[in-house]
Design a protein around this ligand. Structure first.
Ligand code: UN1
Length: 483
């Protein structure tokens, strides 16, 4: 793979700057048309792109289709948003004066994306950035260049003018940081690790660049004693082992009320043991490989950590090598029980098919455990009790909360992002996406034909004795003239 560095980034940023004025002047609905065409083209090419994705990073085909679908959805949503990018019109405090707001682009936006959602996540960033009139330099993860390139080709085919979207390939250290540091880049949007997020935020902070960070999670499903346990097990399997656990929204903790923990764990373990591993292009396969050897080593490293911490390894915990599995980075779905909430395996993001089961005594203690990590992306509760559900909705400290559904499965019409180390308060997707990629301009239009002073001339016409109008300052006669 070609590895770009500072020179390639500089070329891309120059191209993006050169294209900026014209793109900004293009009306919102016209930009939106291109996003609609992007969405339609992605739909036409969905199968081909999904297959490319499975081959490139390993997620099973059904999920790869879902990934492309997320970008299709985002294109539709942003296309609609182009005709409803509302500002506010509010009454002025002065006569014959108009007050309103409009969205402005940030300028050139650097989009740095991970490999786990190689088309969906770029679409969350690039499509709203383009809609708002920004131009983009896109630096995808090194593990998924083909998906990234295919996405950019679709944007080009949909009619994005030259220079509006640019792609650079390379390592985070040099290529990614060159993009973040480049003085021609006005804002950065990153999905990645906390460690990288911190570096990017520091670099942006020193240059006062707007930065949006989405940095992962340590998501949990809380299962209460009254829950539909079959449903909870389904949710835990999908949330924990979908995408081989390589989602920032993956369910990596199950916090279970003691009364049902034995039943739930047995059923969950049986399901995990039965999952079919293999080539994601095979429709029978449920769990694909990890993306790389490095990821496999990280995941296995956490198994060793869990053992050393005294947790009980119930299922998995090893590399899978039987038959053709030997040819890929396969790891068995893994469950630890007898986990205490402060263990590293219960605190740190593993990004693999590892779920830890933690007992809880009550709803209150379960919520406490769920909230007690450095992250706050996605938390879920399974219960049939409406009161408990609402307590959880209110008290779970996360950007996304699910009731009777696992921690994965966010839809693009709602904001996506989290609290604490998960990010820096920005949200992607939904209408919030435009807040990420635009800023407000307040506009005042005075058609009175005279100087009107805000806060001072505001009582004009209201005969306020403390505030005589400037041009009619003479006091009225104390007694009306006699007729
Ligand atoms: C991610 O895990 O990086 O909610 C994104 C979900 C998906 C997006 C996940 N729609 O799981």
């Amino acid at each position: 793979m070609a590895l770009g560095g500072g020179d390639e980034v500089d070329l891309a940023v120059r191209a993006a700057r050169a294209a900026l004025t014209d793109w900004h002047r293009t009306p919102w609905p016209a930009r939106a048309e291109i996003l609609l065409r992007t969405s339609l083209l992605l739909e036409q090419r969905k199968e081909e792109l999904a297959r490319l994705m499975t081959r490139e990073m390993g997620k099973v085909l059904t999920e790869a289709r879902g990934d492309v679908q997320e970008a299709i959805d985002m294109g539709r949503f942003m296309a609609g948003a182009g005709r409803r990018a509302f500002g506010e019109t509010v009454p002025s405090e002065l006569r014959d004066k108009w007050a309103m707001t409009m969205r402005q682009p940030l300028g050139v936006v650097g989009c740095i994306t991970p490999w786990n959602f190689p088309i969906a996540i770029p679409s969350w960033k690039i499509l709203p950035a383009l809609l708002a009139g920004n131009t983009v330099v896109f630096k995808p993860a090194r593990d998924t260049p083909a998906c990234a390139m295919a996405f950019v080709e679709v944007l080009e085919e949909a009619g994005t003018p030259p220079g509006v979207v640019n792609i650079v390939f390379g390592r985070g250290d040099d290529c990614g940081m060159a993009l973040v540091d480049h003085p021609g880049v006005d804002a950065v949007s990153l999905t990645g690790s906390v460690e990288v997020g911190r570096r990017v935020a520091e670099a942006c902070g020193s240059q006062l660049k707007k930065v949006s960070l989405e940095l992962g999670g340590k998501n949990a499903i809380v299962v209460m004693g009254d829950a539909d346990l079959e449903l909870a097990v389904e949710g835990a399997v999908w949330g924990g082992f979908g995408t081989t656990g390589q989602r920032c929204t993956a369910t990596s903790r199950l916090i279970v009320e003691r009364s049902v923990i034995a039943d739930l764990t047995d059923a969950f373990a049986a399901r995990a043991r039965a999952l079919r591993l293999g080539d994601g292009l095979d429709p029978e396969v449920e769990v694909g490989p990890l993306v790389s050897r490095a990821q496999l080593e990280t995941v296995d490293g956490y198994t060793q950590v869990g053992r050393a911490e005294g947790a009980r390894l119930l299922v998995g915990g090893e590399v899978a090598t039987e038959g053709t599995l030997e040819e890929g980075w396969f790891y068995r779905p893994t469950i630890f029980t007898e986990v205490s909430p402060r263990m590293r395996i219960a605190q740190e993001e593993i990004f693999g098919p590892t779920v830890v089961v933690i007992p809880a005594d009550s709803l209150e203690s379960a919520i406490g455990i769920a909230n007690d990590t450095a992250y706050g992306l996605s938390l879920a509760i399974y219960t049939r009790d409406l009161g408990r559900a609402f307590r959880a909705i209110t008290e779970l400290h996360a950007g996304i909360v699910y009731v009777n559904a696992p921690t994965i499965g966010a839809e693009i019409q709602l904001p996506f992002g989290g609290v604490k180390n998960t990010g820096n308060g920005q949200r992607e997707a939904g209408s919030a996406a435009l807040d990420e990629f635009s800023e407000w301009k307040s506009v005042y239009i005075d058609y009175s034909g005279r100087l009107q002073r805000a806060q001072i001339d505001t009582m004009r016409g209201a005969a306020h004795p403390a505030n005589p109008p400037p041009s009619e300052g003479a006091a009225p006669p104390a007694t009306p003239p006699q007729g």
